[in-house]
Design a protein around this ligand. Sequence first.
Ligand code: PLP
Length: 402
Amino acid sequence: MVHAFRSSGVAASLMQGQSFCPFIPVFGPPDVMFERGEGTQLWATDGKRYLDFLSGIAVVSLGHSNPVIADAIAEQARTLVHVSNFFANPVATETAIMINDLMRDAGAGDGQVFFCNSGAEANEVGIKLARKFGGRGRHVVVSALGSFHGRTLAALAMTGQPAKHEPFQPMPEGFRHVPYGDLDALVASLDASVSAVVLETVQGEGGVIPGDVAYLQGVEAACRKRGILFIVDEVQTGFCRTGRWFGFEHAGVSPDAVMLAKGMGNGMPIGALWAKREVAAAFVPGDHGSTYSGTALATAATRAVIAEMKRIDAPRLATEKGEYLRTQISQLPQVDHVRGRGLLLGVQLSGGLVAKDVYLKLLSAGLVVNAVNDTTIRLAPPITVSTSEMDEAISMISAALA
Ligand code: PLP
């Protein structure tokens, strides 16, 4: 059977003559089929226009089909797409130096980069690095309940959502989960078997829950005292989404390693692990790898993203636009509060409203958001969103909630 598309009949026409859906059904039935994007706007195959207030999922932070990034990708595609990791290429090298410069400016110090293809892979390499750094018998990673670190087996085991583990038991061992924001619980979990603590600076998939500044500082201090690595997963929060280049800057902490993906490629599949030099030194040749690590095409996208984010002062824009949205949306009836940082916002609904219903109502009105839990709508529009697009979205949200 083909998936039923809720809001358009495109599946039937595209799949004419097919007796079954071509996709393995891990994502559930899609609601719309999009064929074109420009900035904040998307167009479905039936011609309907939408505003994308989710940026994919916090991915296209510089807008869909951004011409600067598109040109960089096209030019690189005509120059050099890929060489093996037996060799270097100038684009990956330059991009790794740029990322390290950003980390140094953010207060994390000097380090090195491993490029991969997704957020889950960035977490996998972070877990392996923590185990190698800790050594035999000191391999446990402590992470938070409600966290999300990806769908590969170890990243899933680190993800603090037991329901997602159940179908795949037994999970890889060596993971321990504690309530997010509870410093005492975290400190109590730090025994001699722990190599690292891995936290999101804002729990994105967990409901847009910002990490308290004192909590993150307390975790860092507890790790330092015991020689445990303090690692942050900035897959969703990195690259200016929260109003700083990286979410950890809000707390003034200095992580030992940082996972990156999503916004760093503006839609090009790329991720990275950055680690302080003395931590990265735990790895030797052969400890990790990936055919596509540092491929020229993907790193050209990231190089262009960094240059463009600097040019437009993306951290300032995310802060200002986030504040505008937060202020306006907080005043709407049926909104309990708006939480988050920068342009990663959770709208907490009240009055018994169900987030999934609000999502569907907004989708039919032409606004893409997502229901991140039963009562919270997540907003993460492109940092390039215009004031008139924000006003258009606010009036759609206001109408849907009324
Ligand atoms: N880590 C965080 C904080 C995420 O939000 C996500 C994805 O939502 C991931 C890791 C996994 O990234 P990917 O889907 O690229 O594997």
